[in-house]
Design a protein around this ligand. Structure first.
Ligand code: NDP
Length: 463
């Protein structure tokens, strides 16, 4: 049977674009459909604009530090959204053009339309055109999940924040995960009085408990009004404002409420049922280690599979797919060790591998930890503390996890992640000569374990 294309990619985000470009480079005839802007969540309404806003929000803190260094008049002044927003738009336009140009240069045919499956080898565009393809890759991404509460539609999602005409005068951010912590910090840094409400007792569930404690403290100390063990129950419009009723009986008024309550795979209306593709509880496309679905011609990568919802993971999954299917170089991603960072200020939380909480369950592990006030901010009069932690296997000496809370922790974890991924031992860290004076040198000068976690069997005997 002859097909219109060797590969049809649904979704022009990080994973889809990488897969399309690399596959085309191997000589495949590739088409890609994108219903919105090329670049997807990360480029258009996620990582990129978010990080630029994190930079923008750091000005008051930079001014405070400058005063500590003798620049007595340093002040950030007022932030101008009307000055920042067009620059942000321009940058996103530039990136979108670069993504499209990269695809076109690789010979990929772009369809700026929504696409859905019609069968194992058939894709239908919103305009009605139908194409056949030997392989189909679904890289449709995820969408914010809104809790089911009255008036939820009055709230915003993170996408909306980048499109605001003006900054809110008082904002509520709902959630305690990546997006909530980052956006509460951004709004606060830009001068918006911000309340963050989280249903648990400390933010960043799933992270190392040391990082969680420090992040929870930092948010509260940064000026965000952090309300723990609480959730909104109802939102009502009241003129220009939103009246929010909380489950603790309180009622408050905001002019912006942002839900950062998780994301779900964007699989609705994709034609998965018609094509016979199996999905899970949240609509995620079920795939094997090669990103292949139960229908052999259909693959899926990125957030739509709900494995690890991070851009670099989607990119690597897309690349591995192209290498495997078109490059004659079978490759798959090891999802067991993936580093990530939460971009808050002044300190970020960054992590790879086993947490101390997981180590407690596994046993036979040494925990090395240091907490200190870094020279730079301490000199300026700040009490902010850095934490660095290594989780080490007691038998093999292998470093199983690394967790950092500090300025630019995301940059530090990227480098530590190379060592951890290579299987470095604690001895390898120890024999690495420090770069002085840096914060990161503490990672290679941790001498004594702070805690020893016994093997589970030893604990049982001792009990
Ligand atoms: P997360 O899953 O990280 O956090 C969701 C938060 O919302 C949790 O605190 C959760 O509470 C809370 N929540 C969920 N449902 C409800 C509800 N019904 N009522 C009240 N609170 C609720 O999702 P995010 O939206 O923050 O981010 C989505 C994904 O995007 C992340 O998992 C990450 O993979 C990716 N991302 C990565 C970034 C980075 O790498 N820096 C930045 C931004 C996003 P609980 O903990 O109790 O479940």
């Amino acid at each position: 049977m002859s097909f219109d294309y060797d590969l049809f990619v649904i979704g022009g985000g990080s994973g889809g674009v990488r897969a399309a470009r690399i596959s085309a480079g191997y000589g495949a005839r590739v088409a890609l459909a994108e219903e919105s802007r090329m670049g997807g969540t990360c480029v258009i309404r996620g990582c990129v604009p978010k990080k630029l806003m994190v930079y923008a929000s750091g000005a008051p803190e930079a001014a405070a530090e400058s005063r500590g260094y003798g620049w007595l008049d340093a002040e950030a002044g007022d932030f101008s959204w009307p000055a920042f927003r067009p620059k942000l738009d321009e940058e996103l336009d530039r990136l979108e053009r670069a993504y499209s140009a990269g695809l076109e240069a690789a010979g990929v045919t772009i369809h700026k339309q929504r696409a859905r499956l019609r069968g194992p080898h058939e894709v239908e565009l919103a305009g009605g055109e139908v194409f056949t393809a030997k392989h189909i890759l679904i890289a449709a991404g995820g969408r914010p999940y809104l809790p089911d509460l009255p008036g939820a539609e009055l709230g915003m999602i993170s996408d909306d924040l980048f499109l605001m005409k003006r900054l809110p005068t008082r904002a509520l951010v709902v959630g305690g995960g990546f997006i909530a912590c980052e956006f509460a910090g951004i709004l606060n840094g830009l001068g918006v009085p911000t309340v963050q409400v989280y249903r648990g007792d400390k933010v960043l569930r799933g992270f190392d408990s040391g990082l969680r404690d420090l992040m929870t403290e930092q948010i509260a100390e940064s000026g965000v009004s952090l309300r723990l063990n609480a959730s909104p129950e109802k939102l009502e419009a009241d003129g220009e404002r939103i009246r929010v009723s909380m489950n603790d009986g309180t009622t408050e008024y905001y002019d912006a409420v942002m839900f950062a309550t998780g994301r779900v795979p964007y699989t609705k209306g994709l034609g998965l049922e018609e094509a016979g593709v199996k999905t899970g509880k949240w609509g995620e496309i079920l795939v094997d280690e090669w990103s292949q679905t139960n229908i052999p011609s259909i693959f899926a990568v990125g957030d739509v599979t709900d494995r690890i919802n991070l851009t670099p993971v989607a990119i690597r999954e897309g690349h591995a797919f192209a290498d495997t299917v078109f490059g004659n170089k079978p490759d798959k991603l090891d999802h067991s060790l993936v580093a990530s960072a939460v971009y808050t200020r002044p300190h970020e939380a960054a992590t790879i591998g086993m947490t101390e909480d997981e180590a407690e369950l596994r046993g036979d592990v040494l925990i090395y930890e240091t907490r200190f006030r870094p020279m730079r901010s301490m000199f300026a009069g700040s009490d902010a503390r850095v934490m660095m932690k290594l989780v080490v296997d007691r038998q093999s000496d292998r470093v199983l996890g690394c967790h950092i809370f500090g300025p630019d922790a995301g940059e530090m974890i990227q480098l530590a992640a190379i060592a951890v991924t290579m299987g470095a031992t604690k001895r390898d860290f120890d024999r690495t000569v420090a770069v002085h004076p840096t914060m990161a040198e503490e990672l290679v000068t941790l001498r004594q374990p702070a805690r020893v976690i016994d093997a589970v069997k030893d604990r049982a005997i001792g009990a």
